[in-house]
Write a protein that binds this ligand. Structure first.
Ligand code: CAA
Length: 277
């Protein structure tokens, strides 16, 4: 894991961290050629930074975002996932879930700043933040079923908190992509602004939060998360990881991910009796 540190900056192979004025920490996923897709190395870098962030009393607000113009995060890295088997699939889900769990339980408020594609594991990172501000060019979706798998970084457990269970099922079963106006309408994002204004808008809101008593803001988050039963989530995440992993090695997973890499439509076989429960 390559890493350079200087006052207020951490630069790793796939992420950059900048500590701005007012105690605002910006964590940027920076793999624009793969639309910031999350491979294991990126997840481990995020894990390290989030663990450090959790014990800092100077950081008051965390902003998570993606590098480049096109994407927040276009999902888990399909190139890496393609050849995984059942146990490797479960392990991969667990690493991603640990990151979303760390994000969700950070003592500081977290904002996802989404300027482009937030798909699959990317959308799951966004909904592990306290809330989302998006640009008018943002696109959200859980396209996993089109790849022969399911959301594996907590989407099955968390999406319904934002949009309600029927809408979460609609999005996850259909795998459809939605634009930011629909995301706003269904309650997935808190505000939508022009792409060129997103950074300033988010920084102003972050400063507003940072200007208040950090102890009081943290207490609000603790209490509100407790009331949302985030502690009960571990059982749900484990079940999700087992189901995610169980699809690895199936013909449909191999076909779905190969089709993505080969830029063609998948030709799914359907469910066998062994796969259906
Ligand atoms: N993994 C790996 N590489 C990815 C990627 C991903 N999730 N998303 C995009 N890329 C790569 C593409 O392969 C492409 O690479 P090359 O230039 O080497 O061909 C590059 O990023 C640019 O992507 P596109 O050429 O496809 O760009 P586009 O503008 O035509 O389309 C897109 C953009 C609609 C986001 C499309 O890239 C896409 O559909 N990406 C995959 C989205 C997805 O299915 N995400 C879910 C992954 S599964 C998951 O996340 C499981 C989980 O819950 C843990």
């Amino acid at each position: 894991m390559g890493e350079n540190r200087e006052e207020g900056f951490i630069c790793m192979n796939n992420i950059k961290v900048e500590d701005r004025d007012h105690g605002i920490r910006v964590i940027l996923i920076d793999r624009p050629k793969a639309l910031n897709a999350l491979n294991t190395e990126t997840l481990l870098e995020l894990q390290k930074v989030l663990k450090e962030t959790a014990v800092s009393s100077e950081i008051r607000v965390v902003v998570l975002t993606g590098g480049g113009e096109k994407a927040f995060i276009a999902g888990a890295d399909i190139t890496e996932m393609m050849g995984k088997n059942l146990s490797q699939g479960i392990s991969f889900a667990k690493v991603g879930q640990e990151v979303t769990r760390l994000l969700e339980s950070l003592p500081q408020p977290t904002i996802a700043m989404v300027g482009g594609f937030a798909l699959g594991g990317g959308a799951e990172m966004a909904i592990a933040c306290d809330f989302i501000y998006a640009s008018d060019s943002a696109v959200f979706g859980q396209p996993e079923v089109g790849l022969g798998v399911i959301p594996g970084f907590g989407g099955t457990a968390r999406l319904s908190r934002f949009v309600g269970l029927p809408m979460a099922k609609d999005l996850i079963f259909s795998g459809r992509k939605i634009k930011s106006d629909e995301a706003l309408r269904i309650g997935l994002v808190n505000e939508v602004v022009k792409r060129s204004e997103l950074n300033d808008f988010v920084m102003k809101r972050a400063q507003q939060i940072a200007s208040h008593s950090a102890g009081a803001v943290r207490a609000c988050k603790r209490v509100m998360n407790e009331f949302e039963e985030t502690h009960g989530i571990d059982y749900k995440l484990d079940m999700e990881a087992q189901e995610f992993g169980s699809l690895f090695g199936t013909k449909d997973q191999k076909e779905g991910m190969s089709a993505f890499m080969e830029k063609r439509k998948p030709n799914f076989e359907g469910v066998s009796l062994k796969e259906s429960k």
